[in-house]
Write a protein that binds this ligand. Sequence first.
Ligand SMILES: Nc1ncnc2c1ncn2[C@@H]1O[C@H](COP(=O)(O)OP(=O)(O)OP(=O)(O)O)[C@@H](O)[C@H]1O
Ligand SMILES: [Mg+2]
Length: 276
Amino acid sequence: MALSRALAFDGVAFSYGNVAALSDVSFEVAAGERVALLGRNGAGKSTIVRLVTGLVHPDAGSVWIGDWDTADLAPEDLARRVGSVFQHADQQLFARTLREDVGFGPRALGFPAREVRRRTDEALDALDLHAHAEQHPYDLSPALRKVGALAGALALEPSLLVLDEPTAGLDRAWRARVADALREHAERGAALLVVTHDLAFAAETLERGIVLDRGRLACDEPLERLLTSAERLKPLGLVPPPIAALSVALDLPGRPVRERDAAHTLARVAGGRSAS
Ligand SMILES: Nc1ncnc2c1ncn2[C@@H]1O[C@H](COP(=O)(O)OP(=O)(O)OP(=O)(O)O)[C@@H](O)[C@H]1O
Ligand SMILES: [Mg+2]
């Protein structure tokens, strides 16, 4: 369905000089889909983020954002559809207050002041950042600056949100807020492509896992299945998160990977045992 396609990689190759970063990568992400992009250090994840945002272009193959071929598009063109947070986004805030920074994207896209204000307020709300809105970004912790950068991406109301390690350095409460905001955004129809080494966060928040291995696509499947097969994760440099490992160790029915699902299943199994 061409209309519901948020992103497509079609036979993409990319090298930095003579360092091959990606070879023959193909996948599609539909509107509303929540995808984790996984793989060990150097696998090519951030290179995918750079291609999606138009910072670099493929040497071979094509990257599509909806029905736009990115070949001739610059990051500022793509910003109408793509919101992004880079791996080192904590260094990218530059305005005098967090509020100004969050509003920067919609202002740059030419929205009138009222619309900029609405979007900024909603993004600050979604991440519970109002208490920090008037602070100078550099008075925030690096982790919070990254949450601020995420608010800036949400304020673009993009059809595709691409995030590189959004939870690095965040405590449990902030991770939960980020997870809620991302799920809400996806429920409104946006696609999520989230690079993460935090597989517990991926399990709770996302639904599908794409794994890169030395620049090639090694797996593309539902996270429930991927995260509960330790023998397949290991050669890809990934370790199952605790709930998935527990689920396998206890042989829980349906092999749940989310805390809530595992708790329900455990309660059901325990109830069944005590009743019998
Ligand atoms: N600017 C660059 N110049 C040269 N080589 C680069 C550059 N950026 C990345 N590479 C190389 O390209 C390959 C893919 O890098 P990439 O940053 O996409 O990996 P990654 O999966 O994001 O890794 P990490 O988990 O460490 O962030 C690696 O071999 C890396 O060394
Ligand atoms: Mg990276």
